[in-house]
Structures are given as C-alpha cells and as structure tokens.
Design a protein around this ligand. Structure first.
Ligand SMILES: [Ca+2]
Ligand SMILES: [Ca+2]
Length: 482
C-alpha cells in the first residue's frame, strides 16, 4: 500500500504518525450508504476511530440520533471504543487484513435497535514496522516543517535550503494527504528530512515549492508572541504613512491606506536576518474585499525580488499572513522596511461604525504571530510594536446622498433571498457579490427598482454586495445565515 489513504467498501483507512508509532483509524463516509443496510437509516457524519460525532440520520422517521455503542474488530480481536479510542498497530507484516465496525443504535421512535456490521479488507504490500515505516515520514505537500499544517512558517525552510537537490517522489499529487517519498538523507536543523521541504516533489527545492503551501493553506496556531525581551532587542513595527484620514459619510469614499512593516532601527540594528514570517490582525470589515496587497519588493531590507521568496495570505476573518525569505544563503544585517501593506478602506462602512459621541475611531494593525530566523533556522528576538491610524468623521455638504442612503438591501442577515430597492430615478445597476477573500461569487443585473435575487447557492457567511451604476459604486456588507 503505497498511498496513505485507502477507500475500501466504505471504510476509509487512515495511517498517521502519533507519538512515534503508526496509528490506524477508520471512518465510514456518508457516500457509501449502500453499505449500510438498516432500513431508512443514513449516516450523516463520519464515524471514526476518534469517535465523538456518531450521529446517524433516520431518513424514515426524520431525526438525528447517536448510536449507543460502536465497536470495531481487527482481525477478529474485538476492541471496544472508549471515549477517545485509538487502535495502535505496530510491526504489521505484509498481507491482507480485515476490519469490521459494529453499530448499535436505537431508532428514534424507540422501536428496537439498528445493529449493523460493516467489514472491509486492506492490504499491506510491504513490511511495516515502527522502526522502518515509510508511513512514519509521509510528506504532506506544503508542510515543510512536518507539523501537519501548511502555512506561512513553511516558507522559511524553502528559503534556507533553496537549491538543494535530492530524490524526487513518484506521482505529482499536491493533494493534502500523506505521500510516500524517499528520504534525501539531509535534514534541516530541526531534524526534518529535506524531502518535506520539496513540496512539489520534483527533487529540487525552488520557487515552485510555494505552490502546495498556498493550495493547502491552513488556519494556523500562531506561535505566541513573547512579552518579555532581553535588553536591546530590536523592534519590528507597523507604521502608517498617515496619522489620520478624514471620512465623509455618504460620500462613497474609497481611501487607499499604506502601512509599512519596519525591522530594527539605526540605533538598534538586527544581525543575520534570513527569513521572517508573521500574522497581522486587522478589521477586514472596513477593507474593500480583494484590495489588500503586500509589497515586499520595493527596496526591502530583505532584498530585491530576485533575492527573495514571499507569500501573503489571508488566513482567517481578521488575519493576514506574510512570509519573506532570502534564497541565496546570505543573511542581511542592519535595519529597514520589510514589507508594505496596501489596502482600501470603505468610507461609508467606517462612518457607520464611528460613535456619534466620539467622532473618530482607530484602525489598528497588530502582530498576532511572529518568527524571524537566521540562516541556521535559529530564532531572532524582535519586539513587536503595533500601529494604528485614526479615522475621523467629517461632515460635508458635497456628495450624492441619494445614491447612498436610499438604496435598501434587506433582509440582512438573509436566509437565501435579498430584495434590493433602488431610489426612484436611479439608473439600473449591476451587482456583484464578493466573498471575504475578495473573490466575486455571483454577478447579475438589477432589472427593476425592486429586485429579488437569490443567494441560496452560497454557503453561510459574510459577503459584500457591490452595486455599480454609471461611475458610482456602493458596497454593503451582508450576511447569509440559515
Ligand atoms: Ca508546517
Ligand atoms: Ca521542488
């Protein structure tokens, strides 16, 4: 069995490394309903070795319930699942194995139980021991540091080992699954074989190895930022190019903002910086979707564009992740700008969030995770200094309040339908619905002053609707909630 996964007769076999040994777990997926022969029952969520979610939908009686017991058998030896059950199998020989899963679930009307057993076989095609196990060291494409997540911190090893060559892996999958790959015999300073850093498996560590990271990007657990630092720790700071901007309500304003990330200073320099990765926390509700750009090529402290690899990725509702690493084995020392963050603020959305009693609001950008390394991968101390810009509400006589305030979009939150009412005399308009990553997910025309549009094919969440008429644009945040 050279692949990590095996689907056989509805039982999905997973092999993973847990605490240094191979762990087998099993799950039954809902797409194999024909395997489950109890009348009128349908499995709606996975039942797996780590069983916490065993709900079964009774399609005949209309309800969801939880099996009273689930047990599973491996080669005839019964193992009853406990609260956090796992079955650890070591030193498996080649051969064919059988796995069975039993259910005992009450019907929702209380008329007896549905008792069912599903069996499956799988094959191990090679000797498989805990000492010499290909599965122990499977490559998950994009996870260069082998922590089972692909994220911004996985860019740093690519920069540090850029240009190294080794054995390619067979197949061209970038799927997020454990792939068998031959060891290169060279490890990072953290002890990870370089085959993990070769994300795309072509046998060379290069620019393309970023692609699987982006494809398999995970919301991550950021390393905590220290609060105590040694004396003379240089800063990494956010600084906005303006201290404040004026927001004029109903003016349909789109305001470009630039914040710079600076590393160290003339008085307190940083030595031997090679790569840096960080997360910035900010309020994306105020930001025009798709407008965020990270510029790390413009006379950056870390080097010109041909000397670095870099990614930026929005990883959560309020986080922007950035990684920049050099690639030529030569670190930099001194101080300077690491990156610029450019984005556009939607004036009207800001204006509505400013309390009348205050007249202004602060828009902060804060560090949420940070890792700076030298060429050997050792972490360098940097003291994060957050920044903010003041958004001040100004009144104005100018503007086009008709276009603004008389557009009505309701209900909001919506359960799948929206009515958009335009003021009398307003030209017909096209609309676009944009997800929080800035991608348009639905477009159309508004054919009357009161148009009903269905957004029922979208999943629950926050979106922006953008109405365009002549040269005017109107953006409103909407929520889909069923
Ligand atoms: Ca990782
Ligand atoms: Ca590669």
């Amino acid at each position: 069995m050279n692949t990590f996964w095996s689907h056989i007769n509805g039982i999905k076999l997973t092999v993973a490394l847990v605490a240094g040994v191979c762990l087998f777990s099993f799950s039954i997926s809902a797409k194999h309903l024909d395997e489950f022969t109890c009348p009128n029952f349908e499995i709606v969520s996975n039942v797996s070795g780590n069983i916490a979610i065993n709900s079964i939908y009774n399609s005949g009686e209309g309800g969801v319930f939880v099996p009273t017991s689930v047990s599973w058998y491996f080669e005839g030896a019964a193992t009853i699942l406990g609260e956090a059950p796992t079955l650890v199998l070591e030193n498996l020989d080649k051969g064919t194995y059988q796995v069975c899963v039993d259910y005992d679930a009450p019907t929702i009307s209380g008329e007896g139980s549905c008792i069912e057993t599903i069996c499956s076989t799988f094959e191990i095609e090679q000797d498989f021991t805990s000492d010499d196990c290909d599965f122990l060291d499977c490559v998950f494409p994009g996870d260069t540091d082998n922590d089972f997540q692909a994220n911004v911190y996985d860019v740093l090893p690519i920069g540090r080992y850029f240009g190294e060559v080794g054995l390619p892996r067979t197949g061209e999958s970038y799927q997020w699954e454990g792939l068998d790959a031959p060891d290169w015999g060279i490890t990072t300073s953290e002890g990870v074989d370089l085959k993990h850093v070769d994300c795309n498996g072509d046998g060379i560590i290069g620019m393309e190895d970023i692609v699987p990271i982006m494809m398999n990007y995970h919301n991550k657990n950021n390393p905590p930022i220290a609060t105590e630092f040694p004396i003379n720790t240089p800063n990494i700071s956010i600084s906005f190019e303006m201290d404040s901007v004026n927001i004029i309500p109903d003016e349909n304003q789109y305001i470009p903002i630039r914040a710079n990330v600076y590393c160290a200073s003339h008085n307190l320099t940083l030595d031997d910086l090679y790569g840096i990765a960080f997360s910035l926390k900010m309020n994306f509700d105020f930001i025009l979707p798709g407008s965020v750009q990270v510029d790390n090529t413009r006379s950056s402290f870390l080097g010109d564009s041909d000397e670095i690899i870099a990614i930026s990725q929005r990883s959560n509702t309020d986080l922007l992740d950035v990684a920049i690493s050099r690639i030529n084995r030569t670190p930099v020392s001194g101080f300077g700008r690491v990156a610029s963050i450019d984005f556009t603020i939607i004036g009207d959305i800001v204006a509505r969030s400013i309390p009348p009693s205050e007249g202004h609001i602060y828009f902060p950008i804060e560090f949420d995770g940070l890792k700076a390394v030298n060429l050997s991968g050792q972490q360098l101390d940097l003291r994060p200094v957050n920044g903010s810009i003041k958004l001040v509400k100004k009144t104005s006589q100018v503007g086009n309040p008709k276009f603004k305030s008389e557009i009505d979009i309701f209900p909001n939150p919506s359960s799948g339908n929206l009515r958009i009412s335009l003021p009398d005399g307003m030209a017909l308009t096209s609309y676009s619905i944009i997800n929080f990553e800035g991608r348009p997910v639905q477009n159309g025309e508004l054919i009357s002053q009161h148009s009903d549009i269905s957004i029922d094919n979208l999943s629950n969440g926050v979106y922006f609707i953008r109405l365009t008429s002549n040269d005017n644009t109107y953006v409103e945040k909407i929520q889909l909630l069923r």
